[in-house]
Each structure stands twice: as structure tokens, then as C-alpha cells.
Design a protein around this ligand. Structure first.
Ligand code: ARG
Length: 462
């Protein structure tokens, strides 16, 4: 059913009908559309705007429609203009002419943004749940690898020894920030737009606070022009989703590197790997690669919205109908990526010995050698120079620093004594970095404790 047509003499071109229609995208908001209409009609009844018996009929009809749609008794008609026209048309079909009273005092412009906000109020907390599941896996892997020494990198060059626990807890911090960003977002999302009408509210004595309360919003929007033309909440969510994907793609990139024959730091489970149609030996990290790839897609969705809204005059413009396709694509992509990625990390085997072996090469203890000299009174810049020369010598001799004899070391500085070997042992290098944030056991246990309580707090909220 068309919601308009009175002022038209001729029908719409079928191509235009199809072009104009958004139902294939917005049909997923059918429940929110009905719940919004139920709250609206209850308000119309309370305020005496339309007769009580009509309101009761409409409310019962809407509840009925919801049941039928949820039980797949009715299919959504994909030739309708949008989900709003479809529901209103169907209601009138089932309950008769009084269904035509439902749209009193509202417009599709405030209705569509209400539906979307309601949909996001339901969907977004589930994303937090998915991130929390990933954080739990990170927590477990970190707990199991407090003593797993690995090389830490800068510029993709070996830098200093750390532990796998330390490394993976860095991702823990990123995903904690993602959860807190979503929590902040949910506060701003919580403003109810219905009653803004097409752009300038209405002359009926509507009660917007009542509708907000019915639908679980804590506030109402303050300016009707802004209410119907605001899509900041879509852009803000897409930014948050893009940052989540950025974190996942950095993690993915590391997993891809770690599974190479050159690194061999981890092995993915068979369940989360794929093979090659031609090369029988292959075990490919497709999940990590796809997450990395899908990150570009979610960034694209963000840019779609930014470009869409740029320069749009107030208030509603049809351009804005394009918002949901990009948003839903990003939501679905992030959800699927998070779930699959979590399973991949959970079942990933850590090659502890290979990681340790990796840390023992590439002079990761060179800073500690310099610090040894500093602790015996030498200025750091001087110590840096001496250790640089020592490393150059090691490269020439194909040796590690710990392989040098004391007399070889003394050629670089007479300060070196036998206690230097203890200092540059990888275990000492790691355990000496007790500063909060560092890789030593004490610090990691504290980081784990904070992560544990973060998980508990946020699990309770949803
Ligand atoms: N399908 C529209 C959208 O998603 C709903 C609002 C349409 N309003 C209008 N006046 N054409 O944006």
C-alpha cells in the first residue's frame, strides 16, 4: 500500500518504485517499527487524540501483526516502499479503516529514525558481548603464557624480550577501549525522536516523554529539525566499528606473520584454517586474512555515511535512506568477524619454544647490556656506543652477546664482570621490567587482574 498518492494524477514508473524502495534493507526493523507504533498509539489514546476503541483495536492489531511476522505466518512484501508503509498497510488490511488513524501526529521522518535508534539499542549491546567473549579468550591465553618469552619488535626489527602474555594483553587494552567507546555511545544514542513529525512537530497535544518511557529511552531529542536529520549516531557507530576492525586487522596481520614458516610462533587449528586446491602442503590463515580484508569494507561503510551527509541541508532528505545499507553491512561484518576471530585465537597453539628461541637471537638483550654499564656508573649515551660496537663485533663473529667470553667483553669496557651474564639472561631482562605496564610477572598479574574485573563489570551490564 502507498501512503501517499492523493495529489498525483498518474502512477509511479515501475523503475522509480523499485529505485525508491528501501524495504529490502529496512525490513529487518519490522519489530522496532511495530513497537514504536504501539507506544505511539498508547500515547494517542492517553492524550485523547483519537478515540479509545480505535486505539485499542490498533494496539491489538499491531501485537497480532508482530506475532504473525515473528512466526513467519506473513511474509514481508518486497514491493512495498519501506517497512513503515508495509506495516501500516498490513494493519489496515487486517483491522479495517481505523488502521488509517495510526499515523496521526507523526511522520515517516521521525518514525524511521526512531526505528533505527530502537534497533541499535538492541543490537549494539550484543556487540559488547562479542567483544567480551574475545577478551575472555585473551585473558586465558595471557594467563597461560606469563612465562612465554618472545621477541618484542619495533619497525618489525627485534627490539627487547617480552612475553606472549604481555603482547596479547596489548590487544586486551584495545578491546577494552572499544567496549568503553560503545558504552559512551549508548548514552548519546538514548534520545527519543518521535513527535518531531516531518520536521516541525505537530499541533496535537502529544506526550513525547510518555513515548520515550514506553520505549525505554531516558530522554527525548530537543530540536525537531535536528531530530529528523541527525545521523551522527550512525556515523559515530561506524567510526567505533571501524576502530574495532582496525584492532582486529592488526591482530590478524600478526597472526598471519606468526604462522609463516619463517616465524612459526603459532599454529592455527585445522578448524580455523583452509587448504589449497593445488598445493597439498598448504594450511592458510584465511580467517585472519578475511578479517583484514573486511576491515576495508567497514571503513568504506563509514566513508559512505560521511559522504552521504556532507552538505545535506536541513531537514530530512531522501539521500539519508542510503544510511541503513552501509550501517547494517558494517554491523553484520563486525559481528561475524569478531565471532570467527575469537574462535581462531581460542584454538591457536602457541609454540613457546620457538618464541623463546626467537627472542634469543637478534640482540634483544642489548639495551640490558647498556643498562648494566649505566648501573655501574657510566652515562647512558656512552654505554649505548660501547654496546653498539659490541653488537657489530658479534655480527662479524656470528655470535650472540651471551656467547662472548668475559675477556672479549672487557675489550669493549673494563667495567664488565661475570655478573653481566645474569643481567643479560632473557629471563632477567623480562623479570626486571616490573614497572606497571611492563612484561614482568608482577606487572602482568596486575594487568590480568584489571582485565578480569573489566570483563566481570561489563558482563553484568548486559
Ligand atoms: N524509507 C525512508 C528512509 O529510510 C523513510 C522515511 C521516508 N520519508 C519520506 N518522507 N520519504 O529514510
Amino acid at each position: 500500500m502507498k501512503l501517499w498518492g492523493g495529489r498525483f494524477k498518474e502512477g509511479t514508473n515501475t523503475l522509480v518504485n523499485d529505485f525508491n524502495s528501501s524495504i529490502r534493507i529496512d525490513e529487518r526493523m519490522y519489530k522496532e517499527d511495530i513497537l514504536g507504533s504501539i507506544a505511539h498509539v498508547k500515547m494517542l489514546k492517553k492524550q485523547g487524540i483519537i478515540p479509545e476503541d480505535s486505539c485499542n483495536k490498533i494496539e491489538a492489531g499491531l501485537n497480532d501483526l508482530l506475532k504473525r511476522l515473528e512466526n513467519d505466518v506473513i511474509d514481508i512484501d518486497e514491493t512495498s516502499e519501506d517497512i513503515h508503509s508495509f506495516i501500516e498497510g498490513l494493519l489496515t488490511y487486517y483491522i479495517g479503516p481505523c488502521g488509517k488513524m495510526l499515523h496521526t501526529g507523526r511522520s515517516r521522518n521521525d518514525q524511521v529514525t526512531l526505528d533505527l535508534k530502537l534497533y541499535l539499542k538492541g543490537y549494539v549491546p550484543l556487540l559488547i558481548k562479542d567483544i567480551i567473549e574475545l577478551l575472555k579468550v585473551i585473558y586465558n591465553k595471557a594467563s597461560e603464557n606469563i612465562d612465554t618469552i618472545m621477541p618484542g619488535y619495533t619497525h618489525m626489527q627485534k627490539a627487547q624480550p617480552i612475553t606472549f602474555s604481555h603482547h596479547i594483553l596489548a590487544y586486551g587494552e584495545m578491546f577494552k577501549r572499544d567496549v568503553s567507546r560503545i558504552n559512551d555511545y549508548l548514552v548519546r544514542l538514548d534520545e527519543m525522536p518521535l513527535g518531531s513529525g516531518a520536521l516541525a512537530t505537530s499541533t496535537y497535544p502529544i506526550d513525547r516523554e510518555f513515548v520515550a518511557k514506553e520505549l525505554g529511552f531516558s530522554k527525548i531529542t530537543l530540536n525537531s529539525l535536528d531530530s529528523v536529520s541527525d545521523r551522527d549516531y550512525v556515523i559515530e557507530l561506524l567510526s567505533t566499528l571501524s576502530i574495532i576492525m582496525m584492532h582486529l586487522s592488526r591482530f590478524s596481520e600478526e597472526v598471519i606473520l606468526w604462522c609463516t614458516n619463517e616465524f612459526n610462533f603459532v599454529e592455527l587449528s585445522d578448524e580455523y584454517s583452509t587448504g589449497s586446491s593445488i598445493m597439498p602442503q598448504k594450511k592458510n590463515p584465511d580467517v585472519a586474512e578475511l578479517v583484514r580484508g573486511k576491515t576495508g569494507r567497514v571503513y568504506g561503510d563509514l566513508v559512505t555515511l560521511l559522504a552521504l551527509m556532507k552538505g545535506l541541508p536541513l531537514a530530512y532528505n531522501k539521500d539519508m535512506q542510503e544510511d541503513k545499507e552501509a550501517l547494517f553491512d558494517a554491523l553484520d561484518t563486525v559481528k561475524l568477524s569478531l565471532k570467527t576471530f575469537t574462535g581462531m585465537i581460542d584454538t591457536m597453539k602457541i609454540n613457546k619454544e620457538v618464541m623463546k628461541e626467537g627472542a634469543s637471537k637478534g640482540f634483544t638483550n642489548a639495551t640490558d647490556l647498556a643498562d648494566y654499564l649505566v648501573k655501574k656508573g657510566m652515562p647512558f649515551r656512552e654505554a649505548h656506543g660501547i654496546v653498539g660496537e659490541t653488537v657489530l663485533y658479534c655480527i662479524k663473529e656470528h655470535k650472540g652477546i651471551s656467547d662472548l667470553t668475559l675477556s672479549e667483553l672487557k675489550n669493549f669496557s673494563p667495567i664488565f664482570e661475570t655478573d653481566v651474564y645474569e643481567t643479560i639472561d632473557l629471563l632477567t631482562c623480562v623479570s626486571g621490567r616490573k614497572v606497571l605496564g611492563g612484561p614482568a610477572k608482577e606487572s602482568i598479574e596486575l594487568q590480568l587482574k584489571y582485565l578480569g574485573s573489566f570483563i566481570k563489570e561489563n558482563e553484568l551490564n548486559y
